[in-house]
Design a binder for this molecule. Structure first.
Ligand code: ADP
Ligand code: MG
Length: 525
């Protein structure tokens, strides 16, 4: 098929083995692939959605309900399907939630974005109760439902703690929320620490393990003698010289330590190593030290405690020290961790996730990621919507009204898009074991007649109810991004009418084995 004819003579343009599908066939293959991907995540949508167990090629098991995680783990070959996986990644990177929904929808319309914006309700910065509901809504479908109130509370406190006002606008960088995962105990024991938790132990047995009113030195400097680093040769002719040499070395370290002590520091965090002799002197001065701290942790310590990272002991002054009410070493299972608690102005915080098993802790971590993201979105934009398929149903209604005004061929496209929107409430209903047709009929009539746009699917009672009253709340940003990502990908897929796939590295003999890139259509799946 790679031979083209020019003036009756066959000309070889594409490499032998290159696959190609064109026109309607290419479109049909791509649509099929996209639909199959959508089907994969369809059953996970909403609180009544089911989990998936994913087994990697090396046998690692992940149990999750998180659309983004499922899409990430899928070993997708088809190029159009790969695009849908990309949509899910974008959704996760941009807003941290709504991935299943983004994959489910197809269509195209900026109007939808505008309608959603008009529909949205304001949420005040101070309104913690509402922010907690937004966090809880993102966690309804996750395996950590039992502890969702506790997690929602932690998520709101954490995001608010690291948020700042820039030119009157709230900015919350959730990377400043450090997550430490330790399995053991239960999800309820998950703790927000107003400071930083370091996965390291205090470096010397005789050092204090609990320091109240900590004055913290943050060093990016070695507490070691430089020359011990190299294979230097020293000529020593008698025991006295040896003694002198050692004394000299010790004195230098002792000087460094007394310099630290003079500033009033009682805890040292160092990105570099600390010599055993230096550790000995530090412990004699009652100073606790933690060595080989990662640069990321040192930065966060600086943000949290107000301390300045210094590159040499000489630069260390009293005003460079950070502060925290309490620093303590805590043993969790076999590991020791250092907790820096109640830091001076914690612009960086830590959440220590606990839970029965590693799988539980991992899913809790993913849920927390969603919760932190939605709280950030709601806080930064100050705009939310109710969920449960209500905004999609209302959007469908308003789009249909708009379609009539537009008329012509476009009317059909807008109507198709409106129908696609309704896949959200119907899928939520289906996953809850309800009849999607009954639900849709009732939902449409409620939206037609109602003054209230928030009628959606209460997946627990099986009834159409006011989702705002039920406190099922979501950030506007998630829904808008859902519509954007999904419609962009869908229109991109639909515009393709020619797929040319080169053969790739042939590993499996004829047919190319698993790595064959040719989108062969239905039978490949
Ligand atoms: P996504 O990856 O798209 O966020 P989820 O599985 O988290 O997928 O499901 C999100 C959908 O579930 C949203 O439409 C949301 O409004 C809905 N939802 C969440 N909690 C509830 C609830 N208690 N009742 C009804 N719908 C809910
Ligand atoms: Mg979600």
């Amino acid at each position: 098929m790679s031979a083209q004819t020019i003036g009756g003579t066959p000309v070889l343009i594409l490499k032998e083995g290159t696959g190609r599908s064109t026109g309607k066939e290419a479109q049909r293959n791509n649509i099929t692939a996209a639909k199959i991907i959508a089907e994969t995540v369809r059953t996970t949508l909403g609180p009544r959605g089911m989990d998936k167990m994913l087994v990697s090629t090396i046998g690692d098991v992940t149990i999750t309900n998180d659309g983004a995680t499922i899409m990430k783990e899928l070993d997708v070959q088809h190029p159009a399907a790969k695009m849908l996986v990309e949509v899910s990644k974008t959704q996760d990177n941009e807003v941290g939630d709504g991935t299943t929904t983004a994959v489910l929808l197809s269509g195209e319309l900026e109007k939808a974005i505008e309608i959603l914006d008009k529909l949205s309700m304001p949420v005040a910065e101070k309104d913690d109760a509402t922010l907690r509901h937004v966090a809880m809504t993102s966690m309804y479908s996750k395996g950590i439902v039992v502890a969702k109130e506790h997690f929602a509370d932690i998520a709101v406190k954490a995001v608010k703690q690291v948020s700042e006002k820039v030119d009157g606008k709230i900015k919350a960088d959730i990377d400043l929320v450090k997550i430490v995962k330790k399995h053991g105990k239960g999800l309820e024991e998950t703790e927000l620490v107003r400071g930083i938790v370091i996965d390291k132990e205090i470096s010397h047995a005789q050092m204090p393990k609990k320091i109240e009113i900590a004055k913290i030195a943050l060093l990016n400097a070695k507490l070691e003698n430089e020359k011990t680093e190299f294979d230097a040769k020293i000529n020593i002719n008698n025991p006295d010289q040896m003694h002198l040499f050692i004394e000299e070395e010790e004195k230098m370290l002792k000087d460094m330590v007394s310099q630290i002590e003079k500033t009033g520091a009682n805890v040292v965090f160092s990105e570099k190593g600390i010599d055993d002799v230096a550790l000995h002197f530090l412990s004699k001065s009652g100073i606790a030290a933690i060595k080989n701290v990662s640069s990321g942790d040192l930065e966060k310590l600086s943000k949290a405690t107000g301390g300045r990272i210094v590159a040499s002991v000489k630069e260390l002054t009293k005003d460079a020290l950070g502060e925290a009410k309490l620093i303590e070493e805590i043993k969790i299972g076999d590991d020791k961790l250092v907790y820096v608690r109640d830091a001076k102005n914690p612009k960086a915080v830590t959440i220590v996730i606990r839970g029965g098993t590693e799988h539980v802790v991992d899913e809790a971590d993913r849920s927390l990621h969603d919760a932190l993201s939605v709280v950030r979105n709601a806080l930064e934009d100050g705009k939310i919507l109710a969920g449960g398929g209500a905004p999609e149903a209302e959007l469908a209604k308003r789009l249909r009204e708009y379609a009539v005004k537009v008329g012509g061929r476009e009317q059909l496209a807008i109507e198709a898009f409106a129908e696609a929107m309704e896949a959200v409430p119907t899928t939520l209903a289906e996953n809850a074991g309800l009849d999607p047709i009954d639900i849709l009929v009732e939902l449409r009539s409620k939206h037609e007649s109602a003054v209230n746009p928030w009628f959606g699917v209460d997946v627990y009672s099986g009834e159409i109810r006011d989702m705002k009253k039920l406190n099922v709340l979501e950030p506007l940003r998630v829904k808008q991004q859902v519509v954007k990502s999904a419609s962009e990908a869908a229109s991109m897929i639909l515009r393709i009418d020619d797929v040319i796939a080169s053969k790739g590295v042939d590993k499996g003999g004829p047919g190319g084995g698993k790595d064959s890139p040719m989108p062969g259509g239905d039978d490949e799946y």
